[in-house]
Design a protein. Structure first.
Length: 220
């Protein structure tokens, strides 16, 4: 994926000068943008001491974001992403016994970001830096169900239960390289390759979140 993005940047270079004359570009300092994104996240596997491991499959997700142009080239903002990739896990207990299971992960990424566009015209490569948090829920119960009962105004006395699950919120940091194309009416397409490190707890190596991201952006 990294090689592909570099290849696209090289191919695009001869057309950058022509693109700058398109559409009568106006400065963007002081304006806002919001975006909808589709993303494809690469598979990732993490192993720990004793043979425990977690392998997360590749998966698709959605994101939304907002940004503010501090200058014509520098924009700051934040976005949030939702994914639900499948995963498999092997857990080794203190006695050396292994248990295996397959399930679906709930993953939410929230990040503050800053992007710098190398050119002011409608077509430009850009670099992005960001930091935030990734919430991961295994959707696997970590204990017996919790049951609560109450009086309902229509259904009378009812009881219901739920399970608490293994989950974790971790600090993440990283960045992206990408291409932007701005159409005449203010709609923008952005394609980027993102690389974020997860500052996890425990003895296992920190996982890396690699994803390709395609965004439709509206500026106002």
């Amino acid at each position: 994926m990294r090689v592909a993005l570099v290849f696209v940047l090289i191919l695009a270079a001869p057309g950058l000068g022509l693109a700058q004359g398109y559409g009568g570009y106006a400065g963007k300092a002081g304006s806002w943008e919001w975006s909808i994104a589709g993303l494809y996240q690469d598979a990732e596997e993490v192993s720990a001491g004793g043979g425990s491991r977690v392998a997360v499959d590749e998966g698709f997700g959605l994101g939304i974001g907002m940004g503010y142009y501090l200058t014509d080239r520098l924009v700051v903002g934040a976005d949030i992403e939702w994914l639900a990739p499948d995963y498999s896990a092997t857990l080794i207990d203190d006695n050396g016994d292994a248990s295996q299971f397959d399930h679906e992960l709930t993953q939410i990424n929230f990040r503050f970001k800053g992007a710098f566009y190398f050119l002011e015209g409608p077509f430009s490569p850009y670099a992005e830096l960001g930091a935030g948090w990734t919430y991961v829920d295994s959707n696997v119960a970590d204990g017996p169900p919790i049951v609560g009962c109450w009086w309902h105004p229509w259904f009378g006395y009812i009881c219901d239960g739920y399970y608490e699950t293994f989950n974790e919120t971790s600090f993440t940091y990283g960045g992206a390289l990408g291409l932007r194309y701005r159409f005449q009416r203010g709609t923008v397409l952005r394609l980027s390759y993102n690389n974020y490190e997860v500052d996890g707890s425990g003895d296992a190596p920190d996982p890396t979140l690699n994803a390709a991201r395609l965004e439709i952006v509206w500026e106002f």
